[in-house]
Design a binder for this molecule. Structure first.
Ligand code: HEC
Ligand code: HEC
Length: 229
């Protein structure tokens, strides 16, 4: 019995040590490479004169795994219109990218998974709703509102890109990494709530009820998106 407990304690300390080491490595790499754009505490650096300002990572809606993919492939691969957030797979080894994503997720936004779940549940369960009705509503709303910026097929090429004075960079939604729950919250509360610098991606929660918002997200997910991350 004693030996058994010792083994458990040993394994536990081994793992927590590994985690601690991983966080230390993540912190080191972050401070060397990322703070110029994202700031010391992930809050974003407004002084950098970039056409798309970097995200406030402490508000990011991404989970640790998604953060890993964004760092590895760059934001453009997952739908961003700019490629200012580079792909680091050519710079870092896989374990270094994992260390970075652990550092960001555990230090800057540790509770994001629970937040997403809680916020989503708060907005009512509509699992029993008729899917074809949702897709119809979703298509109508998407074509009326979202396509202006995101384009009729969601590829980020709507007419607003040319006509708005301030240049905007709407995501290519066919490539989004977000889950349907995350998309719903993103659309409901707008980009600024989840770390974008400006409010270019508006909050739709005041204009539409939860059913309509879930419908438009369903439409993006089922009809427009071509990656099933
Ligand atoms: C040259 C500036 C720049 C550097 C350097 C940079 N980033 Fe970024 N990052 C950005 C921008 C800009 C975005 C927003 C993407 C967009 O909308 O185009 C972003 C987005 C992100 C996101 C996605 C956040 C979200 O919620 O969608 C993560 C994660 C991230 N960066 C992590 C990192 C890490 C880790 C490093 C260092 C290894 C790093 N970045 C270095 C500019 C930068
Ligand atoms: C005024 C232009 C505009 C309109 C209208 C608009 N968006 Fe956006 N959207 C953006 C921009 C710009 C971004 C990129 C983030 C940012 O800079 O705020 C974005 C980002 C998103 C994202 C996040 C994608 C990701 O992978 O991170 C989703 C989801 C989204 N929009 C869905 C919608 C839906 C659904 C509608 C319609 C209800 C809509 N948007 C209407 C401009 C717009």
């Amino acid at each position: 019995m004693k030996i058994f407990i010792l083994i458990i304690l040993f394994t536990y300390s081994l793992f927590s040590k590994v985690d601690q080491k991983q966080l230390e490595l993540g912190e080191k790499l972050y401070k060397n490479t990322c703070i110029s754009c994202h700031g010391v505490n992930g809050e974003g650096n407004d002084d950098m004169n970039l056409i798309v300002k970097s995200r406030n990572l402490s508000k990011s809606i991404l989970t640790k795994e998604q953060t890993y993919f964004i760092i590895k492939d760059g934001a453009h691969y997952w739908g961003a219109k700019s490629d200012i957030m580079p792909a680091f797979k050519y710079v870092f080894k896989d374990y270094e990218i994992r260390a970075l994503s652990s550092y960001i997720s555990e230090i800057f936004n540790p509770n994001i998974k629970q937040t997403i779940k809680k916020e989503f549940l708060k907005s009512g369960n509509i699992i029993k709703e008729n899917i074809s009705k949702m897709l119809k509503v979703g298509e109508k709303v998407f074509k009326r509102n979202c396509s202006l910026c995101h384009g009729i097929k969601g590829e980020g090429d709507g007419i607003a890109i040319d006509s708005l004075e301030d240049s905007i960079f709407p995501y290519n939604l066919t490539k989004t990494i977000l889950s349907t729950q995350q998309m719903f919250l993103y659309v409901k509360y707008g980009g600024h709530a989840w770390g974008t610098h400006k409010s270019d991606m508006p909050a739709w929660g005041k204009k539409y009820d939860n059913f309509t918002l879930k419908s438009v997200v369903k439409y993006v997910d089922e009809v427009l998106r071509d990656n099933k991350y």
